[in-house]
Write a protein that binds this ligand. Structure first.
Ligand SMILES: C[S@@+](CC[C@H](N)C(=O)[O-])C[C@H]1O[C@@H](n2cnc3c(N)ncnc32)[C@H](O)[C@@H]1O
Length: 248
């Protein structure tokens, strides 16, 4: 089993991070652990809620820092299903150097696995979970992926053209896991998926189906995307869909 750098190994590296986590030489010492700590803007108020959860995908051990205090700081069931699919279909999906954006990335497991599989990944979410997301991404991809994943704020439906101008972007894949649940932003979520899709962009959306509103969202998704059910995971009631934007 191949493993990314341990904390101890990382702290020995000649610097690869700046304080803002963007890469390049560190400001003072070679202590990457302290740089990683400084990135953690998401700080649970109940420290007992922090856990380190372990996953194995693409031949790597992945350690994710989670907290039950935020929806966006926990790995949800559709994330592991999507990771399994990416791992099993990496060649068919042609993930090497593929340009990928993940929406609602949460603690980052899907983006980490896509990065390990060779993709150029931008992981996005609400501002308050980006610190933990950045921490997990760096911890699990530093020095063991061809492309260091990026983290960017993306609030569904908000300032999309300003922050993600359609003329300038082309993603091969937009990934989304468990972004559909009981919340008030489903129309904005769909709008965001559409905005990020160009000719050739494939949306891979995995979701645990719980509520009637989840199926209502699926109906709306099918109205704007040519939709294929790629996989079902009956043990978790997760379904994985492929969508390509209808252009007529
Ligand atoms: C149920 S969690 C799923 C997290 C991760 N994708 C997973 O499957 O483990 C939903 C994610 O969507 C994000 N989210 C919720 N509402 C959002 C919004 N309006 N704009 C952007 N992200 C949002 C949350 O912060 C959270 O990370």
């Amino acid at each position: 089993m191949d493993v990314c750098l341990s904390s101890a190994q990382q702290s020995l590296l000649p610097g690869a991070l700046q304080e803002d986590g963007t890469g390049g030489p560190p400001g003072d010492a070679n202590n990457i652990e302290s740089s990683l700590r400084s990135l953690q803007k998401f700080v649970p108020t109940d420290y007992a809620s922090y856990t380190q959860e372990h996953y194995q995908f693409a031949g790597k051990k992945i350690v994710i820092q989670e907290s039950i205090e935020s929806y966006g700081a926990v790995v949800w069931p559709a994330a592991t299903a999507l990771c399994q699919y990416l791992e099993e279909h990496q060649e068919e999906l042609n993930l090497q150097d593929a340009k990928i954006l993940e929406i609602g990335a949460g603690p980052g497991l899907v983006s980490i696995v896509a990065s390990i599989l060779g993709a150029q990944v931008t992981a996005t979410d609400l501002p308050d979970v980006l610190g933990n997301l950045q921490y997990n991404l760096l911890k699990n991809t530093l020095k063991c992926t061809a492309h260091l994943p990026e983290v960017k704020e993306l609030v569904w439906g908000q300032d999309l053209e300003q922050n993600f101008p359609r003329a300038a972007l082309h993603y091969d894949y937009v990934l989304a896991s468990d972004v559909v649940y009981h919340h008030y932003f489903l129309d904005k979520l769909l709008l965001t998926m559409v905005h990020l899709s160009q000719q050739g962009t494939v949306v891979l959306w995995a979701n645990k189906f719980r509520f009637s509103t989840d199926y209502e969202f699926l109906d709306k998704f099918k109205q704007v995307f040519d939709t294929t059910l790629l996989a079902e995971y009956p043990e978790s009631t997760v379904k994985l869909f492929k969508g390509t934007l209808k252009w007529d």
